[in-house]
Design a protein around this ligand. Structure first.
Ligand code: GLV
Length: 308
């Protein structure tokens, strides 16, 4: 029985140490040094090899090395094979930091001040207390809920939206298409933290922006596929949106000729809002392998019909 890791090899060495120290009964190898393919039962991969079923016929579980599974072509992964998302405290912590930073930056008009600084312009903007700022979080999975918990102590008025009904203390939770309008109409800072599925692809488009209060701003930290980039540029230029903080792009790396790079009201980072942390991720996978071997449900098991 072998566990194979196929992702960033530098971080893989940390996985190797943790497995050796904390799970010596689980032999661990780093791709491409997989040993006998017939003995590989668990694969941790961002991108699994093509022909997974033929290559690793005894595989029991495929673990995504990241929080998302949209990079996987689920149709090409054997139907019987459980696929598991990465749920680990390092990813949650990174996302919480980034979302809190981005919302505070938008709340305090930092994109506007960066632009003004470039032009040597000293122009204070009215400061509103957080209690007067309405933040909306789209996507109420583990990451969305953790971001809300971090924002709440500032006193923001927070609402959430997701496909299915959630109940979160102190947060107005909206569910499904029927309640999307009410959610958008009150969201001055919109944080998109959803899984990318056929239903959510392109959801951040001109139609959605038009339903936000005029001058709203957005944070996209889920997937670039949610955002229709030309619609964002038009909404910024027309004043419907005032700023955007983007960590994920439709095409990554973002092409050097993209107008997103130089737009005065866009701040962007190269998909670094949150990263799988090898120490905590290795422990999360060890715990899941133990659950699987004990016949217990694994944390983060993907519902293929739902797509996450
Ligand atoms: C990164 O985007 C991840 O899915 O972990």
């Amino acid at each position: 029985m072998t566990v194979v890791y196929k992702s960033d090899p530098v971080r893989g060495e940390v996985w190797r140490e943790i497995f050796a120290r904390e799970a010596p009964d689980l032999p661990f190898r780093i791709w491409p040094d997989i040993g006998d393919p017939q003995s590989v039962r668990y694969l941790v991969a961002w991108m699994p090899p093509p022909d997974l079923g033929a290559l690793l016929p005894k595989l029991d579980v495929l673990f995504s090395a990241g929080a998302g599974v949209d990079q996987l072509d689920l149709a090409s992964i054997p139907a019987h094979l459980p696929v598991v998302r990465m749920i680990e405290p390092g990813i949650v912590g990174g996302m919480v930091e980034f979302v809190a930073m981005a919302v505070l930056m938008l709340h305090r008009d930092i994109p506007a001040y960066v632009d003004q600084q470039r032009r040597a312009q000293w122009q204070p903007i009215r400061v509103w207390p957080a209690a007067r700022r309405r933040v909306g979080v789209m996507g109420l999975g583990m990451l969305g809920r953790a971001a809300i918990a971090a924002l709440a102590p500032f006193g923001f008025e927070i609402a959430g939206w997701s496909r299915s009904r959630h109940v979160i203390d102190g947060v107005t939770c909206h569910a499904g298409d029927a309640e999307l309008d009410a959610f958008l109409a009150r969201s001055e800072i919109l944080v998109a933290l959803m899984a990318l599925t056929p239903e959510t692809r392109g959801i951040l488009d001109a139609k959605l922006f038009a339903r936000l209060p005029r001058g709203a701003s957005i944070v996209n930290v889920g997937r670039g596929g949610h955002l229709v980039e030309p619609d964002l540029l038009a909404a910024l230029d027309g004043g419907q949106l005032s700023a955007a903080i983007l960590d994920v792009m439709r095409t990554e790396p973002l092409p050097t000729d993209s107008p997103l790079w130089s737009h005065p009201r866009i701040m962007l980072t190269p998909h670094v809002a949150s990263m799988t942390q090898p120490e905590t991720a290795a422990r999360a996978v060890i715990a899941n392998i133990r659950r699987h071997r004990a016949g217990q449900p694994m944390d983060g098991l993907v519902d293929r019909a739902r797509g996450y």
